[in-house]
Design a protein around this ligand. Sequence first.
Ligand code: ADP
Ligand code: MG
Length: 437
Amino acid sequence: DYKQGGYHRVIIGDMLQDGRYKIQLKLGWGHFSTVWLAYDFRSERHVAVKIVKSSRRFTQGAKEEIALLEKIHSTNPNSPGYQHVAQLLDHFEHDGENGTHVCMVFEVLGESLLSLIKRFKYRGVPAAVVKKVAMQVLLGLDYLHRECGIIHTDLKPENVLVYVPNVETLLQERFHIHGPDTLPNAPDNNNNNNNNNDNVDGDHDKTAILDQVDTKGLTKNQKKKLRKKLKKKMEGQKRSQSHRNRENKNGQITSSILDFTAGDQNISVYENIVVKIADLGNACWTKDECVHLIQTREYRSPEVIIGARWTEKTDLWSLACMIFELLTGEFLFDPRPSSKYSKDDDHIAQMIELMGDKLPPRLTLDSEFSHEFFDRHGHMKHIKKLRYRDLHDVLEETYRDGHQLDLLTEFLTPMLQLDDNDRAGAVAIMNHAWLHE
Ligand code: ADP
Ligand code: MG
């Protein structure tokens, strides 16, 4: 990806924008960009510089991202949600050997929520921390939706970053970076070996694994039991597999170098936790005609899969999936294709199994891909046997903490309404008792 139209090759010590910014450390990377710690000689503090790939497509995308970020920056600094969205400080263009790169400057933030999930070994982040995070993300979303007229469209743990209150001290202590200078024996972070951060869907065939089992000679009941047992085992394997894939794929997970807890597991460290919604790279305006494919697979809403017109409510679906994942360490939806149905089929089936048959004709009949999933009666075409299970039961199985189950179910349910017209907005959710008890 370090080629014409690709990433800019950065060397530690490089100066950008006529000597204003000095590059010091690599913070992370995404599909579109690499992100660097730099010293800003004008404001005399450290900043994060996102250097976007240089091809026309990425440049155009970055310019749209800047327009959205400028709207966010200028609309209402007094809004309680303002401080929960990463703010753009500056932007400029930089000419390099691979082309001209748009650069965006942000305040330095820390690790993502994904690295928090990982820190708690995929067993769930403590509920008290999740409540704080959820409240802040809701404030941020409400600001984006109602005040800025913006839909994020890619809400997920990777894109919510933890604020680091004492960046300068942390840089000095951990990386021997003091102002624009790197002190002797600082670790070398000029690592340009990037893998691809694409959200490639893994594919493991559910039925195929079940079919491998020889069930000859067993009674009906024995078969049933065996199947159940195998399924559970497989589910576990699948789960750890998808986590492994994820760790390999995500630059973010290795880049939690600004972990503000310094590895401290004690929950009290998180009492000052502040998070910010980041990566507006896929965001769009609420006033636009929104129909294109958005969101990362696991956080994708039913209306998006079915090809209906979507709204800001699609972010609340993703938020519910993210909160579930924070609490349990597992994906709420992790669809798989089989020889008989597609991954999208499985995804929609899982949604219906969880939330019941509440899809309106607008989705089952009148949307762009309705006919691919549903017959004219609104029943699924390729998956006939649905195994209904309700959210309360799913939480009971996966949520180890298990505390306040009824309240939690009641909190998540309005965000997971299949019909986005019935789905609650950020303000309504914010008042729910689960967040405040
Ligand atoms: P992309 O659009 O290429 O996905 P992101 O905005 O998601 O880019 O940034 C890529 C990664 O860089 C993030 O996942 C995170 O690890 C890191 N990063 C982004 N912004 C910041 C920031 N303000 N401070 C620290 N690290 C950041
Ligand atoms: Mg990203």
